[in-house]
Write a protein that binds this ligand. Structure first.
Ligand SMILES: NC(=O)c1ccc[n+]([C@@H]2O[C@H](COP(=O)([O-])OP(=O)(O)OC[C@H]3O[C@@H](n4cnc5c(N)ncnc54)[C@H](OP(=O)(O)O)[C@@H]3O)[C@@H](O)[C@H]2O)c1
Length: 269
């Protein structure tokens, strides 16, 4: 096991996205990764697809110099108990679990390892994710540099304080679902206005993706870009007035607040 430098606890969707990005970006080689995963079928699939080593023994992965905790929050206590005796004092322990604090992980590991908490999102699957990263109490600059390199291949990494993680979860962790919700509604509206569904899907999806690219690449504020497509008295102005009249901005605000509250509840349970 000595040459496995990254151990993974829970090789599900997000772990796969992270490893795929790191392999693609040349930050990792398949032979450096040991992924612990309960399902034999999943282990076989990952070993075949990514060329990584797999095991059903969490402790074996927990002994690696870097450990990625990628189980669901509901099974985190069980997963931490299974590696508590294995994690080295000098290990970098990276957690992507929503709502699980570094203090809770630190307590479960009895102070072994240095913890970094990360909130990624699913566009990491296509190298266009955004991750927020918060250091635990003892995390070093080297730990943060490692995590930045590992996750940077899957998208942008933003530094935050841990106290902001519930808000991060509500904005960027859950955010892709808000976007899909919006696109679904735009497609339905386009169909209602007479477009074939395939045409409406292509127009709505490509418009949203293109607007996002314009936002990031131009570096301009969304309000500025919106003003630029809103001619006085034109079609866009009429649409935005309708959105305002229906309280869409307030509805989004309430949705983000509800997600942040749920993240706080999950963290407390
Ligand atoms: N999906 C997102 O959008 C997103 C965004 C940000 C953060 N996250 C966080 O990422 C984490 C993983 O999410 P995911 O969507 O990748 O979940 P997932 O696909 O369900 O992956 C979790 C994996 O852990 C395995 N597992 C369950 N119990 C285990 C144990 N005791 N020891 C080792 N492995 C165990 C599961 O196996 P079984 O399938 O056999 O149970 C599964 O393969 C979560 O904590 C979530 O909060 C997710």
């Amino acid at each position: 096991m000595a040459d496995h430098t990254l151990g993974i606890i829970g090789a599900g969707n997000m772990a796969e996205a992270i490893v795929r990005g790191a392999l693609r970006g040349g930050v990792l080689e398949g032979g450096q990764v040991l992924a612990a995963e309960p399902r034999a079928e999943r282990r076989e699939q990952l070993a075949g697809a990514l060329g990584i080593a797999t095991t059903d023994d969490n402790a074996a992965a927990g002994r690696c110099a870097r450990v990625l905790l990628a189980v669901k929050p509901q099974v985190m206590d069980e997963a931490l108990a299974s590696i508590a005796g294995a994690v080295g004092d000098d290990a970098t322990v990276i957690s992507i679990a929503a709502g699980v604090s570094t203090a809770r992980i630190d307590a479960a590991l009895a102070g072994r390892g240095r913890i970094v908490r990360v909130m990624p999102n699913t566009p990491m699957l296509v190298g266009a994710g955004v991750c927020a990263m918060a250091p635990g109490a003892r995390a070093s600059d080297e730990d943060l540099a490692y995590v930045r390199a590992l996750l940077g291949t899957g998208g942008t990494v933003v530094d935050v304080e841990e106290g902001m993680m519930d808000a991060v979860t509500a904005v960027s962790g859950s955010g892709p679902a808000y976007f899909f919700y919006f696109v679904e509604a735009m497609v339905a509206a386009g169909v209602a206005e007479g477009l074939p569904e395939g045409t409406a899907s292509m127009l709505a999806g490509a418009t949203c993706v293109g607007a996002g690219k314009l936002l990031i690449e131009s570096g301009e504020a969304p309000a500025t870009l919106r003003a630029r497509v809103t001619s006085p008295g034109g079609t866009t102005q009429r649409a935005v007035e309708s959105l305002d009249a229906d309280g869409v901005a307030e509805a989004l605000h309430r949705a983000v607040r509800a997600a942040a509250e749920r993240s706080r509840q999950l963290g407390a349970s």
